[in-house]
Every structure is written in structure tokens, then in C-alpha cells.
Design a protein around this ligand. Sequence first.
Ligand SMILES: Nc1nc2c(ncn2[C@@H]2O[C@H](COP(=O)(O)OP(=O)(O)O)[C@@H](O)[C@H]2O)c(=O)[nH]1
Ligand SMILES: [Mg+2]
Ligand SMILES: [Zn+2]
Length: 332
Amino acid sequence: MAEGQIFKIHSDFYYVHSGGKDFECKLREVIKKTKQSVFVGDFVEFNDGAIEKILPRKNYIPRPSVANIDRVIIISAVKEPELSFSQLNRYISFAKYHNIEAVLCFNKNDLSSDDSVIEKVFSIYEPLGYDILFTSALEGDGTDDFKDILKGKTSVLCGSSGVGKSSLINSVSGLNLRTKEVSDKTQRGTHTTRHCEIISLDENTNIVDTPGFSNLKFDFILPHEVDKLFPEIYQYRKDCKFQDCLHINETGCAVKENIKKIDETRYASYLEFVEEARNYKEKVKYQGTKTETSHKRRNEEIAVKISLRKRQSARNTLKQNIYKDIDNEEFN
Ligand SMILES: Nc1nc2c(ncn2[C@@H]2O[C@H](COP(=O)(O)OP(=O)(O)O)[C@@H](O)[C@H]2O)c(=O)[nH]1
Ligand SMILES: [Mg+2]
Ligand SMILES: [Zn+2]
């Protein structure tokens, strides 16, 4: 039995990297029967072109799904597109939720001569403990640091379209990923991202090429759990008068008492995510109610039973979504 890591999945085929070689594998029936999910990045035991066992995961990100990541590198552009702190906080909180270390990279530094952006970025994110990098894929500034950051790890790059993810990868890898400027004609044969795939830069350094994390919404977490994603807010929570305080306008809220110490854009993001989490809570509640009314006309007694079961399962889903894959003690 050999051990290896899945680097690509294509319909029924699983491509496993092991001992410097690549193997095309299928899943053994036993694994199919368990309905276990199998992700790019999973370490597996395989034999004769058949995967026998999926080894425990360190972590994973869903949609697009990829497992066993060392870090997420969040790429923003300082300009074109304009730097969005809201989007940045979204990625940061997402990585935190999945208990994955994040590094912040600000690309297209050649387009800005405005040091206030740099200062603002450092003043907000350095105290939170993030590694911060300013780069220009175009001019090659900071790309050595970018290369160093990747070294010896498996990194997922995320960031909005057009910030320069492909350009950065190209600048340090000798790969030729498609960038926006390439015309339609020449795109053929170059790399386009539809599925997650692990690209190996050397034996210990991998980047995961993903189709992107568009429409990331905090619709899988309860409103009063959102503060755990913001350490600078969470530190005050124990002093709030109410245990389920959302730190919005409750009396005796220690967060509001210390609001001047919290960056405005961070707090704005916190409120935004709480709102999304609220919508989710409502949606789950509504699913339960709807079932109840539609069954009422037929049989009052059955209806109540069904709706209760439905509600319970909705609640379970809610809980599962929250506690799924969280190794972080803070969340348990
Ligand atoms: N000025 C400048 N343009 C860049 C830089 N990096 C990428 N670009 C340009 O930004 C556009 C989007 O880059 P791309 O790598 O495709 O972004 P992606 O969508 O994040 O993969 C392309 O036209 C690149 O040439 C940079 O550091 N400076
Ligand atoms: Mg790209
Ligand atoms: Zn509070």
C-alpha cells in the first residue's frame, strides 16, 4: 500500500502524487459506499490504481473544495480594482473560520505613489499578527518575498478577479497561467482554472489554483458566533452585560464602550457579516414554518410532527455547518 496526495480530480479519476511520481486512480467501492467526500489535497492510501483509504484531514475549504492547506494568501490590488477592505476582511474571516493561516499580499504597488494606503494597511493588520507583503508582478518588486512566502508550503491564492493572482504566480514559477491581457486567440493551450488543482513548484512547494471564491457569504454561521472571527472585537465580549450580545446597540456592551480602539472598516465588516448570518438564521427558521403550514390542511397531527422533525433537521444542519471541520478550539 502506498501513500500519496490527490492533486487533481477529473470526473471519476483521481490523480495521486506519490514518491515523485503521478498515478491515475479510481475509488474502491468501499469508499464510494461510505459517501465520503474526496478532495484535491487529500492524503490517501492506494494500491494498484485504487484508492483504499482517505487519511484524516488537517483542514479544508469548501466551494471550491480543497484539503490540507498550510496557508491562504489573500491577494488584493492597491488600485485597479480599488482596494476593498470589506472584501479583504471577508477573506481574512473566511480563513480564520477554517483555521488556516492567512498572509496578506497587496499587488500593483507600481500604480500607487500614495503611502497612506500602505500605512493604513499596516496600522490595521500588523497588530492582528498578519504577514503583509506589497508587490508588483509587473515590475518584479516584492516578488522575491512572495516566492519566499510560498516556499515549503501548500498555499491557496485567493482574491477578486483582476488583482493579479495569475501574474504573481507566473512571475515566480515560470508557468504561463492565463492573465487578462492575453487575447482570445492565444488562450488555447494555456492554463484555465475550472477545478482546483495543486501545482507543484518544487517537491515541497505547492500552490492551489482555484476557480476563485466568488460570492463568499457568511451564511453558515450564527450571528453571535461572528465576533469569534474578529479577535479585536472578541477580546471584549466577556465583559458585555448580555451573553448573546451582538455588539450593535445593546446596553452594557463592552465592545461599544471600546469602539474607538477598533478600526472602523473592521467593525463595518463585522456588522455586515452579522447581517448575513442573521439572514441565514431567518431562512432556516422559515423553512421549518413553511413545512408546517403546507401540511396543516391535510392532517393537523401529522403536520406538527413533520414540522418538528423538519425544524430539528434544519437546526442540525445549522449546527453541522457551524461546527463542521473546525479544529480551532475557540469554536468548540
Ligand atoms: N500595473 C500592474 N498591473 C498588473 C500587475 N499584476 C497584474 N497586472 C495586470 O492586471 C490584470 C489582471 O491580472 P491577472 O493576473 O489576470 O489577475 P487575476 O484575475 O487575479 O488572475 C492584467 O492585465 C495584468 O497584466 C501589477 O503588479 N501592476
Ligand atoms: Mg487569474
Ligand atoms: Zn457586546
